[in-house]
Design a protein around this ligand. Structure first.
Ligand code: HPA
Ligand code: ZN
Length: 339
């Protein structure tokens, strides 16, 4: 595999980097740093529309989810070969390892690549190669959660899922992402039924920009075991009771919520309110190249701006392991790493 760049090298242990975390809400395509985009474009002789790196970097300012998604989908077109997906995933896994992550259930948008002519098998094999390397070299476990783009047709979602299931790559789960409002989970019932029958774990983005009703639908119609974001659940006390009673994890992404203006400032983020309500909350980085940082950066920002204590960081780490789809044996190992 060709070597492209490295990310921040600081690996000193701190209260923001307990070793043994599980990262459960991470879009691999959202880890493409501007430097990596330039390196991949050079690898494939793809002209980029930006004047230079600084010009691209200056565009990482967003008004909402839609404005982020526009740049996110444009930038990922530099990914052309299996090796590119390997490179991207390996760079993320090394950086996550430095943040204390030892288990990563990574989101991937195969549909965003198959609709521009790539084979799902090539995409998935590249990601799987990096995950296998991380297991061998970094003692990291994990898996691939393929996400359906909810603002595209259901028939396309079904064929993408079929194509992915027909490859030789093991798939851990099915997720649902992209533009939320106007695209309720109910549209994707059949897709999630097929995934359930195929033995995939099920998760969905809900309650990021969309209403609590979308979280109810994700639970009751799609059969999800975990809700991604879910911050708007707090608007519905009956929903909070349900999430608490069933111990449904919420994969919260504080810096993402600020950068996409789901909350106006980090000081106003409901993370601590969610913990106080008894919800099984985890902290994750979502699209770290776009939103100001990786898992450790999210934890550090929560400590500074929300007053999250080292003990609470420890609790969030334990929650992440509990909320993961790791095997019972791996969960025990991760819990003992954290102890
Ligand atoms: N929300 C929805 N879809 C996404 C996101 C997100 O934060 N990141 C990548 N796809
Ligand atoms: Zn997300």
């Amino acid at each position: 595999m060709a070597v492209i760049g490295t990310l921040d090298q600081d690996d000193s242990p701190s209260a923001d980097r307990p070793v043994g975390f599980a990262e459960l809400h991470l879009h691999l395509e959202g880890t493409l740093e501007p430097e990596t985009i330039y390196a991949l474009a050079a690898r494939h002789h793809i002209p980029l529309p930006w004047r230079d790196l600084a010009d691209l970097r200056a565009r990482y300012e967003f008004a909402d989810l839609a404005s982020f998604l526009e740049l996110y989908y444009a930038n990922m077109t530099v990914l052309r070969t299996s090796d590119d997906f390997d490179t991207m995933t390996w760079l993320y896994l090394q950086r996550a390892h430095r943040a204390g992550v030892r288990h990563a259930e990574v989101f991937l948008d195969p549909q965003a690549h198959t609709i521009r002519g790539l084979a799902a098998a090539d995409v998935l094999r590249g990601v799987a190669a990096a995950l296998a390397r991380a297991e061998g070299e970094l003692d990291m476990s994990g898996g691939i959660i393929i996400c359906i783009l909810r603002d595209r047709p259901v028939a396309e979602a079904l064929s993408t899922l079929d194509e992915c299931l027909a490859t030789d790559v093991a798939i851990l789960g099915l997720g649902l992402d992209s533009a939320e409002v106007g695209f309720p989970p109910s549209l994707f019932r059949e897709v999630f039924d097929v995934a359930g029958q195929a033995g995939l774990r099920r998760v969905a983005h809900a309650g990021e920009e969309g209403p609590p009703e979308y979280v109810w639908q994700a639970l009751d119609l799609l059969g999800v075991e975990r809700v991604d974001h879910g911050i708007r659940s707090l608007e519905d006390p009956a929903l909070v009771s349900r999430l608490v009673a069933d111990r449904i994890p919420l994969t919260v992404c504080p810096l993402s919520n600020v950068r996409l203006k789901a909350v106006s400032r980090l000081e106003e983020h409901p993370l601590r309110q969610m913990m106080a309500a008894g919800l099984l909350v985890t902290v994750n980085s979502d699209d770290p190249a776009y939103f100001g940082g990786y898992l450790d950066d999210n934890l550090a920002a929560c400590r500074t701006s929300l007053g999250v204590t080292p003990a609470e960081v420890g609790q969030l780490a334990q929650n992440s392991v509990e909320a993961s789809f790791a095997t019972p044996e791996r969960k025990r190992q991760l819990h003992s790493l954290l102890a």
